[in-house]
Design a binder for this molecule. Sequence first.
Ligand SMILES: Nc1ncnc2c1ncn2[C@@H]1O[C@H](COP(=O)(O)OP(=O)(O)OP(=O)(O)O)[C@@H](O)[C@H]1O
Ligand SMILES: O=P(O)(O)O[C@H]1[C@H](OP(=O)(O)O)[C@@H](OP(=O)(O)O)[C@@H](O)[C@@H](O)[C@@H]1OP(=O)(O)O
Length: 293
Amino acid sequence: MREEMPYGTEEGEGEEVGFPNITHKRLVVVGYALTSKKTKSFLQPKLEGLARNKGILFVAIDLNRPLSDQGPFDIVLHKLSGKEWRQILEDYRQTHPEVTVLDPPDAIQHLHNRQSMLQAVADMNLSDSYGKVGVPRQLVVKRDASSIPDAVANSGLTLPIVAKPLVNDGSAKSHELSLAFDRYSLQKLEPPLVLQEFVNHGGVLFKVYIVGEAIKVVRRFSLPDVSKRELSKTAGVYRFPRVSCAAASADDADLDPGIAGEFSCLGIGFLPLHLDKLCIVTVFSNIKLVFHC
Ligand SMILES: Nc1ncnc2c1ncn2[C@@H]1O[C@H](COP(=O)(O)OP(=O)(O)OP(=O)(O)O)[C@@H](O)[C@H]1O
Ligand SMILES: O=P(O)(O)O[C@H]1[C@H](OP(=O)(O)O)[C@@H](OP(=O)(O)O)[C@@H](O)[C@@H](O)[C@@H]1OP(=O)(O)O
């Protein structure tokens, strides 16, 4: 037991979440190691208040001090990358088996590479799961940009092509995506890359957030469809910004009536979470799905 103290004592809060106003229960201490950007977007005062009311306390991990000297923690929640941090977590898990690390480095390693990330989805073989769930047809190019036009032609991938950095480590660079409209322009891309067929999906995608048993689906605006006519008239490579970020909420938007019962999974992340309930995090949260047109 970490600490025993009253919680749920703030006016109104106890009633809101069905807790008695004064409770003596064990506090669950969550040590967190997040970027400052993530701390800002995730650890909103409302979340901290709700968590506190449920007996959950968030404590910042000091990266300049040994992890074992901090805490004690019940849970370590992290979203940092790099070999050094991975080793720190592995060592900590060995010496502190009683602490839940969300998520263990081994469990999320495949999500840092866009090829292995989607391979896990393809391997699930969800061809008959209330519709078909698959992944866009794709090709990995590790080096030599001049080989890309032939590689794309040989693989049978059709234009336009979405080019994504192979490594997905959360850095700004790993989100630098582009759309190539013609064969010639493909050699302007910079490997290592995953090249994906563009999936027309009516300009709206679904993000699925999973926290334990709780599942939340939101709609976000996305890239618009590319018609055959537009494709024939357009050439070049176009960088595009982070189109489906939180500000691009499309929950009130209508879906294209032309969409079929087939989904493509574009990507998977392990944080963030839209926390309706605070409980154990699963690795397959933040899944991006598009409906085929
Ligand atoms: N194969 C595709 N077909 C159609 N649109 C796509 C495809 N891949 C990506 N997109 C569009 O590009 C956007 C970003 O793609 P993706 O989610 O793979 O990148 P990301 O860098 O992981 O994004 P995020 O900023 O959400 O982490 C998607 O929201 C979608 O609008
Ligand atoms: O910026 P936010 O906090 O909203 O979270 C974004 C998150 O950034 P983070 O790195 O700060 O976790 C991104 O993770 P990385 O690919 O960069 O690892 C990615 O998962 C986005 O899809 C998230 O956007 P949202 O789910 O809200 O649309």
